[in-house]
Design a protein around this ligand. Sequence first.
Ligand code: FAD
Length: 355
Amino acid sequence: MPTRSYDVLIIGSGFAGAATAFHLSRSPSFSGSICIVEQEKTPGAHASGRNAALLLQSVEDPGIRKLAVASRAAYGDLRERIGFQEVGSLLLGRAEQLEAVREPNLLAGELLSPEQAVEKVPLLRGHRFDGALLTPSDGVIDNWALLSFYLEEARARGVELITDCEVVSLETGSTFRVETSRGTFETHRLVNAGGAWVSRIAGWAGSDSQMHRPLKRHLFVLDGVHGMAEDQPFVWNLDQELYFRPESGGLLFSMCDEEAVSHFEENVSDGASEALAEKILKTLPTFSEAKIRRVWACLRTHASDHRFTIGWDPNVEGLFWVAGLGGHGMGCSWEVGRLAAASFLGEESSPFSCR
Ligand SMILES: Cc1cc2nc3c(=O)[nH]c(=O)nc-3n(C[C@H](O)[C@H](O)[C@H](O)COP(=O)(O)OP(=O)(O)OC[C@H]3O[C@@H](n4cnc5c(N)ncnc54)[C@H](O)[C@@H]3O)c2cc1C
């Protein structure tokens, strides 16, 4: 098979790779060929297609918060296409925790007493928390619809997407020579958007293979918990580390677990259901009849300082990172892709550059 050459080769078709391709291909200052290679048969087979689908703007890192707020503004114009439901969020916690995520100049929110919060979500009756922050402009997005939007728009502007194409090794030199399960590719500019696999890709390219780490998290769909309507805000308890929202007649629930993995394993861990039962017993009396309908696990990837990594590699010429999106990669994807494209083109300096 002859070697294929592209001006830009993106590894990974999750939100990082898809949103970067979308913005780069629509930029008037970019001309050239772009190809995305994806090891799976379909895009979004990992974190991007299997996450909790929450758009949460009140996050602790002020830089990430800005990206979330700017992304939210863009989603407002795409409601139908991306299945955005503006149900709001209710963050629960101690006063200092709520203050740490609140930025009234940037984002409208309302501090509530526990009684006022229970009025909004009666299912919280009997659950102990000090206070709440209601953010009406948060919501839930259809992951598949948003990912398909980026990819379809990018493809319509000539971006090629090759699935079932695993990068297995890289050679650096005057160009990158990229060996895949579907032959050899050549490019001067390589984008590492490999999600949980970014460190492995970085290692092949001779860059820092220690900066990012994948952590496993479980999601459950519960039956037998009644009383939360589809239009009520999703609930996230910062203090007790759990969140939930309505999902196809039941509740989607996370106990915010983080488990180190050694081989990118996304299986359900032994003891996950018992840990869930224990958490529910301790914290949520109205969930006592809960039954697990479905459980799955996937990987969130963080840099050691928990900041995103968006920018050129300081040591490997031509290598660009869009990585470490942790638990906010879907909600922030619009701005992540916009910033990645602008920084790639030298139009903006990234506050999340490689450390
Ligand atoms: C349980 C859970 C809940 C979450 N909930 C939310 C939420 O509610 N809201 C939110 O905003 N975010 C949430 N997230 C985070 C969000 O899912 C991620 O930040 C985002 O999906 C990361 O996107 P990505 O493109 O970096 O990674 P991925 O989606 O993993 O995409 C990377 C892609 O690269 C491909 N790839 C890797 N190596 C190779 C290779 N060698 N060759 C070819 N292809 C390769 C992979 O197959 C994969 O498809 C959650 C994450 C988890 C795990």
